[in-house]
Design a protein around this ligand. Sequence first.
Ligand SMILES: NC(=O)C1=CN([C@@H]2O[C@H](COP(=O)(O)OP(=O)(O)OC[C@H]3O[C@@H](n4cnc5c(N)ncnc54)[C@H](OP(=O)(O)O)[C@@H]3O)[C@@H](O)[C@H]2O)C=CC1
Ligand SMILES: O=C([O-])CC(=O)C(=O)O
Length: 271
Amino acid sequence: MLKIGVFGCGAIGAELCKAIDSGHIDVELYAIYDRHEQATVDLKDKLRNTDPKVLEIVDMVKHVDLVVECASQQAVYEVVPAALHAKCDVMSISVGAFADQNLLKTTTDLAKEYNCKVYLPSGAIAGLDGLKSASSTSIYSVTLTTEKHPRSLAGAPYIIQNNIDLDAITGKTVIFEGMATEAVKAFPANVNVAASLSLAGIGFEKTKVKIIANPALSRNIHEINVEGEFGSFTTRVENVPSPTNPKTSYLAALSAISTLKKIADPLQVGT
Ligand SMILES: NC(=O)C1=CN([C@@H]2O[C@H](COP(=O)(O)OP(=O)(O)OC[C@H]3O[C@@H](n4cnc5c(N)ncnc54)[C@H](OP(=O)(O)O)[C@@H]3O)[C@@H](O)[C@H]2O)C=CC1
Ligand SMILES: O=C([O-])CC(=O)C(=O)O
C-alpha cells in the first residue's frame, strides 16, 4: 500500500488525513508535519484508525512513497525538491509557487531524473479537463474571475502594499486585474487556481485574472472563460468556504482527496 506523508495540517491537510483515516482512500497515512505542533496534536486527536508519526521533511521523505504539500507557496521550495531528491512522488496544492520558472524547471528536471511524478490538483475550480483537451489546438484566451468576501483577501501582499482598507468596502469592488504571473504572487493564498489554469492552458503571462471583493458573498466564486479553436466554455463554481480557513474553499480539499484517490486507484476515469 502506498505510504503517504502530509506536510501542512490546516484546512486541506486535515481533510485529506481524515479521508485516509476513514478508509475513503486506500493508502497508508505514515507521517504528518506542521510548523505548529498543536496543529499535529489536534489532527491526531481527530483520527480514529491511524496514528501517523510526526516527522520533519528530511525524515518524512526517507519513509514514504508520496509527499503531499498542503502548507504554503513558501513550503513548496522546501518540500518538493526534498521529496524528489529522495525519489518520492509529490502532490502540491500551493500551485502558485510554480509561477517561479526556476522552481518549475528544477522540479520538472528532478522529476525526470528520478523518474517521479508531480501532481498538481485542480483545486477550487472546475474545467481543467476541458482546458487540457482544448490545449492540443490554439487557445485564444483564458480568464479567471475570482469573487470573494473582503475578509478572505486579508493579509495578501497586494492588499498590504496598496494600503487597501478591506473594512471600508461596502459593495462589489474590483481589487486586481492583471496576468496570472502577478496575481499568484500578489494573492498567494487566494488564487493558486490561476496557476493550475496557467499550467494547463496558455501560461502565466497570458492567463488573465480579475479579483473582486464582495461583502455580500458567503461563497468563494471562481468563473473561468476559455476561447479557442475548439469553441468556448465557461465554468462557474460557487464554493463553500472551508470552516477552518475562509480563504480556502472546501472543494480544494476535496480536490486533493480526489487526486490522491486517483493515484491509488487502478481504474482511471476522466482526462
Ligand atoms: N490550488 C488550490 O485551488 C488551492 C490552494 N490552496 C493553498 O493550499 C495551501 C494549504 O491551504 P490550507 O490548508 O487552507 O491552509 P491552512 O493555513 O489552513 O493550513 C496550512 C498549514 O501549514 C502550515 N505551514 C505553512 N507553511 C509552512 C511551512 N513552510 N512549514 C511548515 N508548516 C507550514 C501553516 O502554518 P501558518 O498558519 O503558520 O502558515 C498551517 O498550519 C495554501 O498554500 C493555500 O493557499 C488553498 C485553496 C485552494
Ligand atoms: O480555495 C479557493 O477558493 C481558491 C484559493 O484559495 C486558491 O486558489 O488559492
